[in-house]
Each structure stands twice: as structure tokens, then as C-alpha cells.
Design a protein around this ligand. Structure first.
Ligand code: WT7
Length: 706
């Protein structure tokens, strides 16, 4: 094992644990930079990091909006506190009551069995998530009510393609595809891989899996072939569902071509995909293997729209979703049926104050390839019988006002997006939202990364007309649903804080020994009690599950974020404490990028750190040492950036890449990442460099142009 914090060819293991410890102890000393290590607001607006620390503008809960929202689900902060206290004192009683709102084919014998780190919720119960999302509404007389609104990207004739799918139609389409999956031999418990664009058939395929008790693994359509290979192998999928292509900013992303490339390399690794179902979306010419490839329209044509929902155990796998960790290999986060369904639907209802029959139209702008889309486009929304809107394409196609056009066209009431998108809207300017009637909006949400107060205020004023509450929702792929969030009619908000824990969440800031820290002291964010949608493991890697989340502090879930709590008890997320960076609200392991770089023959060693970025929040800075045969050049820089993109997707393309003869290391060979972060941020280092092995390396880095 290599002790340093970088990746060398053929030696990709490293001791990130000690790195993280060093980072958090530095965080805890809380210099201003440490508190918000990756907020780079300065270029977008003039506010400095200091202002974040002084941020004390309080926005009262929007009681006036309660009527507009159809009545408050939680009316006051007092009510929140009383319910929260009850929910953590008696989780079984609390969640047992909430779960009564759902359809169960067989009741539970106990609400919770907790054997840290293993939770079982609604033990012995049987249900079906698809039944609760769709069939139930049909049975209750809502077959003709719209459940899913979809808008395509192209606007060939000036008007985009729009589909309104009622619950009855969704039931038919899902059943047909569920029958098709069965006809292809898909069995209960197996994992079907879905690599599609943002088309209605993606949630239809997810729900079809749920309907027959199969699990899915959705791979983001922006990932290239190598990401498909890793995930398919890990999930052992035999069936993959894709599209010929996906529309993105007016051009076609060749999904089937990527799948073909992946299937070829899978065969070389001894794993054959048996069936590849292809939805025709872009009419792009594709290669075809008749023994393996099937058109979506052909497989459903033969099937009936009758397909009973399989009764599944509450703890049966609903899906695996891959996310980055601090090693090069993504983790398959496992979520099960009962607890995930109850928690995502209940958080959606409370955080967004959803009501059926209140003319709500909910739009989450995330891609379904990320957990935000799983939980708050599909699974948390449909059971609430509030229409969920899905948009296929980019926010700036054909122009920068596309989102506002969509809000106006569909009378969107709830809009949920990421701070990185808000910063882009700010940059594009107010004229774009001003062109459209945004009066339908009642509530705004953000997710994915800390929001800088300037972006919060802009969102509040320019999009919400100072009328709409903003919910800044903190959560993770692992938590399944919101864990720290305001409730719109109850919680006063402070720009930049995700405020208070959701019901049932016993969140705290602790030190390395698990002791709770006093207010305004940076520490580790933990959750001390189980909750229904917590991850049930990492697919195929029990040890990694234990090591990552449960080992550092006994008996507590370690979120991997540094945070502080203020005197009001509000949480302020300070940033990741592991080797994970959050680029445009998407999680990326620095080691994944390092591994991608050293897989290029010109690279000997690489270290990757986050750097402040105007729009993305955190950008990617790569420091690269070349082999003796390679010559540093602008062309090689471009080639290396492109190489990373081809291995990990465009999200991972380094924003800055520097060649360096040596990387700054401690005498024990550990890379000094904080020092690289300072270099990348263009700052003088505040770090103690007394253990630096070679001052020359640092001086060389400083003098090095990008
Ligand atoms: C990480 C989880 C949860 C859906 C999107 C990302 C960061 C997420 C917030 C927020 C500050 C946030 C954290 C977290 N994060 N939401 N409201 N404020 N930070 O899911 O890819 O699993 O990433 O995103 O660092 O650990 P993910």
C-alpha cells in the first residue's frame, strides 16, 4: 500500500482515512476558509466568505403561503419540535402510524429491528411500491388524473412534444413493460440495468421492475461506456434497457452505441448481457444484434396490460444506485421497498407541503440517474398523487429561459433544483425569468450542495418573487430522502442553512469519540438512530459498508460531511471530510479522477483536489506528473482532460490541469492535499509545511502556470 494521497500507476490503494482525519481536525479549527471550504461565491457576487459566517437574515415561515399550498401540513415550529421529539423518542410508534397511509398486502409484526448497522423496517410486511405509486390511485377513482407530465427537449415546430400520463395510462404502460420483462426471463430479485435518457419510459421501466419484484440499477445517461461496464458487472445484470439516443442541447447522446461498446468489453470480461431492450427516441442509426437486441415497441406490442403487482417483502431490494466514494470503485447503495417508500413519500409530503386535489404540479429538475430523481421525481412523488413533471433536456436549450417557459406552460407550483443551476441562472441574468409568468410558483427547493446566501436571495427574489418559501434539503444517496430540511410553513429559514432534522432523524455534530460538540464548533455530522430509508448496505461489499459509515464512531451513521450547528440548533454543512468532492451537486471521488488520469500512458502520478468554481461550487484541479517519454504541452493537457471525460463522463473533466515534476509530500510520503487545494485556489497556504519533504515541489507548483 502506498501511504501518499495520490495515485501512481499500478498502485492505486492509499490511506485516505488518515487524510480525512487530518482534514477534519483542521476543519474544527475553523478558519474562515475552513467553514465553507468549497464556496466560491465571489465571482458571481461580491459577498465574501466572512458574510456567510455572519449570515443572520431570518425569513419567517411562510404562514401566508399555507393557504396557497392548500393548508399547512405542519403549522408551526412548536408543532415541528413536538413531533420531532416524539419521532425520535419512539420511532416505531411514529413510523408505524405514518405507514398506515400506505397499502400493505400483509401487515408487519414489528416496525423496526435494529442491530447496528443492520436495520429492518416493517418486519414481515409485504407490499409493492408500484401498487402504492399507481394502482392505488386507479382503484380509488383517479385513473384519469395526471400523474406524470413530460416535456421533450426538441422544439422543431416551435412547440415541444408534451405528454400527460394519467395514472390509468401509467398502469397500462408499466404493466405491459413488466410483462415484457417477465417474457425476457427477468425474475424476482434480479437487478435490471437501465441506461436511458429522461423519457417517460425510464420511470415506467423502474416501476415495471418494482411491479414484478425485480430491482433496478439506473445509470446516468451522461456516463460513458466504462461506467456501464463496472456497474453491470457489479450488479450482474443480464438485461439492460436503453434508448437509441438521448436529446441533449440539440444533439444526440449515442446511448445504444455506448451500451454496444460496454457489452463488447463485458463479453471480454466473461459477462454476457442476454437482452438489450432499446427505446426508439432519436431515430439515430444504430448497430443491431438480432439475437440480443429488442425494440421496446416490439416487446410491449405482444403484451397484455394486465400484470398483477407481486407481493414483495418490505426488506426486498427495490434498487441499487451507484455513487462515488473515496476509492476508485463506485459503491452500489442498496435501498429496500417498504422503508424507502414510506420515507420518501412522507418527506416529499412534509418538506414540499404536498396535497392531492390542490392543483399542485411538482417539478424536480434532477436527472433520474441520480438519487434526487429516484426519490423526488418518481418514488416519493407518485404515492402522494401530485403530478410530477419531467423535462428531457438542458436548461439553456434553445435559450436560457427554457426552465421558466416550462414553469409557465405547465403552471408549475413546486420547483426543486440545485445551487449550481441557480448560480448559472444568476449568471445568465434576470431578463430570462422576467420574460415568463412565474405566478404559479408556491414553493422552491434546493439540494445537492451548500447554497451560498447570494444565490439563495436571488432565487427567493427573482424566481420566488419574495413570496415562496425555500427549502434547502440536505440528504444523500445513502439516506434515501431528506434528513435535514426546513418545513415550509413551520421553520424560519436562514440562507445557507439546511436548518433542522426531519422527523425520526437524530442528527448531531460530534467529535472523533462521538461526543456532541457545543454550538458553532465544526465536527462530524452523524445520525444516531436508524430511519426507514437508510441504506441497507453496499452491494456485494459488506466490509466497505461497515468501514465507510459505521466504524469511525461506534453505533452512529457517519455522513461524511463536516458541519456545525448554531445556537438555534440549525445545521450548516461545511463540506465533505473524505476524498469526495461535490461538483455541480454531483459526487465524485478524487481517486476516480486520479485513476482515470494514470490510466493514460503519459501519466506517472496524479493528485486531484477540489477548487473553488464560480458555477459548479467545486471544480476539479488535477496535478499531474508525466512519464519521461512524454512532453508537456497544451495539446497533451487537452488530451488528458478528454481522456478523463471518456472514462468517467463530462462531469469529471478537470477544470484545471497542471504538470508538475513532483507532488508535495510529507516525509512519510503522504501527499499534502490541503496545500494543493491552496495552490488550486490561488491562495497563500495557511498550512503548516514543517513536514513537507521538498519545498522545491511547492515553489515549482506556485510558479507553474495553468
Ligand atoms: C452529498 C450527497 C441528495 C441528493 C443530491 C446529492 C452534499 C446534498 C446538500 C445541502 C449542503 C448538501 C453533501 C452530501 N449535499 N445536499 N442541502 N446542503 N450539502 O446526493 O450525490 O449522494 O451527495 O451532497 O456533501 O454528503 P449525493
Amino acid at each position: 500500500m502506498l501511504a501518499g494521497g495520490c495515485v501512481r500507476r499500478s498502485a492505486v490503494d492509499r490511506n485516505s482515512f488518515s487524510n480525512s482525519r487530518a482534514q477534519i481536525s483542521l476543519l474544527a479549527q475553523s478558519s474562515t476558509f475552513d467553514i465553507f471550504p468549497r464556496m466560491s461565491i465571489s465571482q458571481v457576487s461580491s459577498t465574501s466568505v466572512e458574510s456567510l459566517l455572519k449570515e443572520d437574515r431570518i425569513f419567517p415561515p411562510h404562514t401566508a403561503q399555507a393557504d396557497a399550498l392548500g393548508g399547512a401540513n405542519v403549522e408551526s415550529l412548536e408543532q415541528y419540535h413536538a413531533l420531532h421529539a416524539r419521532s425520535v423518542a419512539d420511532p416505531s410508534g411514529f413510523w408505524g402510524e405514518i405507514a398506515q397511509d400506505f397499502e400493505w398486502f400483509k401487515p408487519w409484526t414489528s416496525v423496526l429491528e435494529w442491530n447496528c448497522p443492520d436495520a429492518k423496517w416493517f418486519v414481515g410486511a409485504q407490499t409493492n411500491v408500484c401498487f402504492n405509486a399507481i394502482d392505488r390511485h386507479v382503484l380509488e377513482g383517479h385513473a384519469n388524473d395526471v400523474g406524470l407530465i413530460w416535456e421533450g427537449e426538441p422544439q422543431a415546430s416551435g412547440m415541444p412534444e408534451v405528454r400527460h400520463l394519467a395514472y390509468g395510462e401509467l398502469q397500462d404502460e408499466v404493466s405491459r413493460f413488466a410483462n415484457a420483462l417477465k417474457a425476457l426471463g427477468v425474475k424476482k430479485g434480479e437487478i435490471v440495468t437501465l441506461y436511458m435518457g429522461m423519457v417517460p419510459e425510464l420511470p415506467i421501466a423502474m416501476l415495471a421492475c418494482a411491479r414484478i419484484g425485480a430491482a433496478h440499477s439506473v445509470i446516468f445517461g451522461g456516463f460513458p461506456a466504462p461506467s456501464i461496464v463496472d456497474r453491470v458487472l457489479d450488479a450482474k445484470s443480464r438485461v439492460i434497457v436503453t434508448c437509441d439516443g438521448a436529446w441533449r442541447r440539440g444533439s444526440v447522446v449515442p446511448l445504444k452505441k455506448n451500451v454496444d461498446e460496454a457489452m463488447q468489453s463485458l463479453v471480454a470480461q466473461g459477462h454476457a448481457i442476454e437482452h438489450c431492450v432499446v427505446l426508439k427516441r432519436t431515430a439515430t442509426p444504430i448497430e443491431w444484434n438480432a439475437a440480443r437486441d429488442h425494440w421496446w415497441h416490439d416487446v410491449i406490442a405482444k403484451e397484455s396490460s394486465e400484470c398483477p403487482c407481486e407481493a414483495v417483502d418490505a426488506e426486498d431490494l427495490l434498487f441499487v444506485l451507484y455513487t462515488s466514494g473515496s476509492t476508485g470503485k463506485p459503491k452500489g447503495i442498496r435501498h429496500t421497498s417498504g422503508g424507502y417508500m414510506v420515507y420518501t413519500a412522507y418527506t416529499a409530503r412534509m418538506t414540499f407541503n404536498l396535497k392531492p386535489n390542490a392543483n399542485h404540479v411538482f417539478w424536480c429538475t434532477a436527472d433520474i440517474g441520480w438519487v434526487t430523481g429516484h426519490s423526488y421525481i418518481v418514488y416519493g412523488l407518485l404515492p402522494n398523487r401530485v403530478p410530477t413533471l419531467m423535462y428531457e433536456g438542458a436548461p439553456n436549450f434553445p435559450a436560457e429561459d427554457r426552465f421558466w417557459e416550462i414553469v409557465a406552460r405547465h403552471r408549475v407550483t413546486h420547483f426543486y433544483t440545485a445551487p449550481t443551476a441557480i448560480r448559472a441562472f444568476m449568471k445568465w441574468g434576470e431578463s430570462h425569468p422576467k420574460k415568463h409568468d412565474l405566478s404559479s410558483l408556491k414553493l422552491l427547493g434546493t439540494v445537492g450542495e451548500p447554497i451560498n446566501p447570494e444565490a439563495w436571495i436571488w432565487y427567493h427574489e427573482q424566481i420566488g418573487a419574495s413570496r415562496c418559501p425555500i427549502v434547502d434539503t440536505f440528504w444523500q444517496t445513502e439516506t434515501g430522502g431528506h434528513v435535514i430540511t426546513p418545513l415550509p410553513c413551520a421553520t424560519p429559514t436562514v440562507p445557507g442553512s439546511c436548518t433542522l432534522p426531519f422527523f425520526g432523524i437524530d442528527a448531531a455534530i460530534v467529535d472523533e469519540t462521538g461526543n456532541e460538540l457545543p454550538p458553532n464548533t465544526g465536527g462530524l455530522l452523524v445520525i444516531r438512530k436508524p430511519w426507514p430509508s437508510m441504506l441497507r448496505g453496499i452491494h456485494g461489499d459488506r466490509q466497505r459498508f461497515i468501514d465507510t459509515y459505521w466504524s469511525r464512531i461506534a453505533g452512529m451513521y457517519l455522513a461524511g460531511d463536516g458541519a456545525r450547528r448554531d445556537e438555534r440548533g440549525y445545521f450548516w454543512i461545511m463540506g465533505r471530510i473524505d476524498d469526495v468532492i461535490n461538483v455541480s451537486g454531483h459526487r465524485l471521488g478524487t481517486m476516480e479522477v486520479e485513476s482515470a488520469l494514470v490510466s493514460h500512458p503519459a501519466v506517472v502520478e496524479a493528485a486531484v483536489v477540489g477548487m473553488p468554481h464560480e458555477i459548479k461550487g467545486t471544480g476539479i484541479a488535477a496535478f499531474v506528473t508525466l512519464s519521461l517519454q512524454a512532453t508537456a504541452s497544451e495539446a497533451l493537457k487537452a488530451e488528458l482532460r478528454e481522456h478523463v471525460s471518456s472514462v468517467l463522463g463530462a462531469i469529471a473533466r478537470p477544470d484545471m490541469l497542471r504538470f508538475t515534476a513532483a507532488l508535495p509530500k510529507t516525509r512519510s510520503g503522504k501527499i499534502m492535499r490541503r496545500l494543493l487545494r491552496d495552490v488550486a485556489a490561488g491562495k497563500e497556504s495557511t498550512q503548516d509545511t514543517s513536514t513537507l519533504d521538498d519545498f522545491g515541489a511547492l515553489a515549482a507548483l506556485r510558479g507553474n502556470d495553468e
